[in-house]
Design a protein around this ligand. Structure first.
Ligand SMILES: [Fe+2]
Ligand SMILES: [Fe+2]
Length: 311
């Protein structure tokens, strides 16, 4: 069994960071029941969706198709993370390295997993309200995606792989949250409110990802680095296959290809590529804001009215 033997340089400080991230989590969150579900979007909401996705009116159906595709897929990925974190926290119960002392790491990962499980719940509901029909994917590759994390790798290697994969998507959805907040600062639209509620939790996830990148991954052995990348790459490949399946499902349900002449999709693709590079080009991987070139920053500014993804 691969074990994590090199303690981070300052494990007391790392545990304190994790403790601080979650200290007010119960106050900065919203249970799915508290979202005030409006049901099917009305004309105003549909017009807003058209503007968020296409930047112009008249594209509500295509905008809904795009959101259903991306958010149904996100719910699957969030559910997977929750299950993977279940495996990791179970393994950490037997881990004797200093970062596992006490309950700070366990608490942070348990709360992270619980929040993602609730996100999977509210996006599951939201896409059905948007589509006005049930959304059933025959096979979401859940077993295959989980199997990547069921080997005898150390829980830290699994945590690194899962956080690298999650961090890319979490950074992209943060940009979309900022776009809706920019277009709708009073949160009058449900989509804005939903992404705002999601973002309260995601702000913590991103901070945990940064702790993993900055405090946990630098101490990996070469073998651990290699395995973290293998599991990360395997996750990315299966997620790409999952995305293809959702794309086909949306074509079947809406008769729409969400990738055609869709400016939000184009931005999503560009950002995903830059954020993936932040995970793969350097060791340890870098926070996305440190990897952003001028062109990407300009894109971010035009799309979401901000110069940074994360604080
Ligand atoms: Fe989430
Ligand atoms: Fe998250």
């Amino acid at each position: 069994m691969t074990t994590h033997t090199d303690a981070p340089a300052d494990h007391v400080g790392t545990r304190a960071r994790l403790r601080d991230i979650y200290a007010a989590a119960h106050e900065q969150t919203l249970h799915p029941n508290a979202l005030g579900w409006p049901g099917r979007p009305d004309e105003r909401e549909l017009d807003f969706i058209s503007h968020v996705v296409y930047g112009r009116p008249g594209m509500a159906r295509e905008g809904c198709a795009y959101l259903v595709k991306e958010l149904a897929q996100l719910a699957e990925i969030e559910r997977h993370l929750s299950a993977v974190f279940g495996i990791i926290t179970a393994q950490l119960g037997a881990d004797t390295s200093p970062i596992s002392d006490g309950y700070d790491l366990h608490h942070a990962l348990s709360c992270f997993a619980a929040e993602e499980y609730l996100h999977a719940d509210f996006f599951y509901r939201y896409v059905r309200e948007l589509a006005d029909t049930d959304i059933k994917l025959a096979d979401s590759l859940f077993s295959e995606r989980l199997a990547l994390y069921q080997g005898d790798d150390s829980p830290y290697v699994k945590l690194a792989a899962m956080c690298m994969a999650a961090y890319i998507g979490e950074s992209v959805i943060t940009v979309f949250e900022k776009r809706t907040a920019h277009l709708d600062p009073g949160r009058e639209h449900f989509l804005t409110k939903l992404l705002w509620a999601h973002g309260m939790d995601e702000a913590r996830h991103v901070q945990v990802d940064h702790v993993v990148l900055e405090c946990i991954m630098p101490s990996f052995s070469e073998a651990e680095q290699r395995r973290a990348f293998e599991i990360f790459s395997g996750t990315e490949e299966l997620n790409a296959e999952l995305a293809g399946r959702f794309k086909q499902l949306i074509v079947d349900v809406f008769g729409v290809d969400h990738t055609v002449d869709n400016p939000a999709w184009d931005v999503q693709q560009s950002l995903t590529s830059v954020f993936r590079q932040a995970m793969t080009v350097t060791w340890p991987p870098s926070p996305v804001d440190e990897r952003m070139d001028d062109e990407t920053r300009k894109l971010l500014h035009e799309f979401a009215g901000t110069d940074r993804v994360h604080p």
